[in-house]
Design a protein around this ligand. Structure first.
Ligand SMILES: *Cc1c(COP(=O)(O)O)cnc(C)c1O
Length: 379
C-alpha cells in the first residue's frame, strides 16, 4: 500500500516537551516526584479552574481505582457505571471486589441516561443494597447531562466519580469537565487529547483529598523515619519525566482542542449532504466538547443498505484507521451477569457507530484522502 497510515488519534507533540524532560535529566529528578510533577499539577489546576486540586498519577485507571477507594467502595458493594465506555471505567470496580451495575446511554450525548440511572438506584435500594458510587463518563469529549446526574445523585446521597479521561478541555455550562462531580479523573494516555506517553490524574475538591490520593499512590508510607504502614498502598504516582511531557503538552492544549474541533466541523460539513449519517454534536450551548474523537452513526435503512462495517472496511482498505464505538460493558464477556438498566440505546450505537480519524495533527492531504474515501463509499 503506497499511502501512509492515517491514525484515529496519535500523539501530537508541541515542541516544548523535551525542554522539561531535559531539565529533569539535568537536575537528576528522574523519579516519581520532582518539579515537573508539581508544575504539571499546577498547570492543570489553573487550566480546569473551579478551585480543584489535581494529583498526577501513573494512569487514568489508577485514578479511578484510588477514587473508588476514597469514596469508600469495598468488597461486596455495588457501583453504578455507564455501560457504553472504555473498560477502564469499570475494571477498578472489580479490583475492589465490588459489582458494577451498568446503565444505558441517552441519545443526545451518548452518555449515562438519567432516567435509567434513577430507575437503577430505586431498584437496587429496593433489593436491599444502595450503590456506593456512580461513575459517569464524558464519551469522546461530549459532556454528560451533569445537572440531571448530580440532581439524582444528591437526591439519593450517592457520590459521583466523573470519568473525564476523554474530556480535558470540554465544558458544561462553562465549567470544566473533571470539576463537575465529587471526584474527577483525567487520562494522558498516548491516544488522548494530550499525552504524557502514559499517565492520569485525580481531581479533588479539597487539599486533604488530594493529599490522601498522593499518599495512597506512593505506597501509603506513614510519617516515620523507618518504613511504617497502616494502610494498603499503591505505586501509582506519575514520574517526573512523564510530567515534563505533560507540561509541554499543556502549552499547546487549547491549540490542539481548536484543531480537534475543526476536524469535527470538517466531518459535519462532509456528512451534511449524506442521508442517513449523523454526527455526535453539541445539543445546545450548555455543552462545549473538545471533540476528542469525531463519531458518527449510520442508519442503513436510510443509506440504501450502506452500513458502519462497510464504511469501516472501505476506509481500512485505504489505510485509514477507524473504530466502532465502545462496545457496552453489559455486553462484554468479562462483565457477564452484572445488573443492567436501560433499553437498547448503547447497543444500537455500538452496532451503527464509528469513530473517525480526529487527531490534531492531520494534514490537509490526509483530510482529502479521508474525504475522498468517504464520498466514494456513499456515492
Ligand atoms: C482512556 C480512558 C480511561 C483510562 O485511562 P488510562 O490513562 O489509559 O488508564 C478511562 N476511562 C475512559 C473513558 C478512557 O477513555
Amino acid at each position: 500500500m503506497a499511502d501512509s497510515k492515517i491514525w484515529l488519534s496519535s500523539p501530537h507533540m508541541g515542541g516544548g516537551e523535551q525542554k522539561y524532560v531535559q531539565e529533569a535529566f539535568d537536575t537528576n529528578w528522574v523519579a516519581p516526584l520532582g518539579p515537573n510533577v508539581t508544575g504539571f499539577e499546577q498547570d492543570l489546576e489553573k487550566y480546569i479552574g473551579g478551585e480543584r486540586f489535581v494529583g498526577a498519577l501513573s494512569s487514568g485507571t489508577a485514578a479511578i481505582h484510588l477514587g473508588l477507594i476514597m469514596l469508600g467502595v469495598e468488597a461486596g458493594d455495588e457501583v453504578i457505571c455507564q455501560s457504553m465506555t472504555f473498560s477502564a471505567s469499570a475494571n477498578p470496580i472489580k479490583y475492589l471486589g465490588a459489582t458494577p451495575v451498568f446503565i444505558d446511554s441517552e441519545e443526545t450525548t451518548w452518555n449515562i441516561c438519567p432516567i435509567a440511572l434513577e430507575e437503577a438506584i430505586k431498584d437496587r435500594i429496593a433489593k436491599g443494597k444502595k450503590p456506593k458510587a456512580i461513575i459517569a463518563v464524558h464519551l469522546y469529549g461530549m459532556p454528560y447531562q451533569a445537572d440531571e446526574v448530580n440532581r439524582i445523585a444528591q437526591q439519593y446521597d450517592i457520590p459521583v466519580l466523573e470519568d473525564s479521561a476523554e474530556a480535558l478541555g470540554s465544558r458544561y455550562k462553562g465549567k470544566s469537565c473533571g470539576t463537575l462531580a465529587d471526584l474527577g479523573i483525567l487520562s494522558f494516555n498516548g491516544n488522548k487529547i494530550i499525552t504524557t506517553s502514559g499517565g492520569g490524574a485525580i481531581v479533588t475538591k479539597t487539599k486533604e483529598q488530594k493529599d490522601t490520593a498522593v499518599f495512597l499512590s506512593t505506597q501509603a508510607r506513614d510519617n516515620a523515619p523507618h518504613y511504617q504502614h497502616s494502610h494498603v498502598g499503591y505505586n501509582y504516582r506519575m514520574s517526573n519525566i512523564c510530567a515534563g511531557i505533560g507540561r509541554g503538552q499543556m502549552e499547546v492544549l487549547d491549540k490542539h482542542i481548536n484543531l480537534r474541533r475543526s476536524m469535527h466541523q470538517f466531518y459535519a460539513e462532509l456528512f451534511a449532504d449524506i442521508e442517513g449519517v449523523s454526527i455526535l454534536s453539541e445539543p445546545n450551548e450548555d455543552y462545549h466538547s473538545n471533540f476528542w474523537l469525531s463519531s458518527i452513526v449510520i442508519d442503513p435503512l436510510k443509506t440504501g443498505g450502506k452500513d458502519r462495517e462497510g464504511l469501516r472496511l472501505a476506509l481500512e482498505a485505504e489505510n485509514i484507521e477507524c473504530r466502532p464505538l465502545w462496545k457496552p460493558m453489559h455486553l462484554q464477556p468479562v462483565f457477564e451477569g452484572c445488573p443492567y438498566y436501560g433499553k437498547k440505546v448503547s447497543e444500537k450505537l455500538f452496532e451503527n457507530g464509528l469513530c473517525l480519524p480526529s487527531g490534531s495533527n492531520l494534514t490537509e492531504d490526509e483530510k482529502s484522502r479521508i474525504s475522498k474515501a468517504i464520498k466514494q463509499f456513499f456515492s
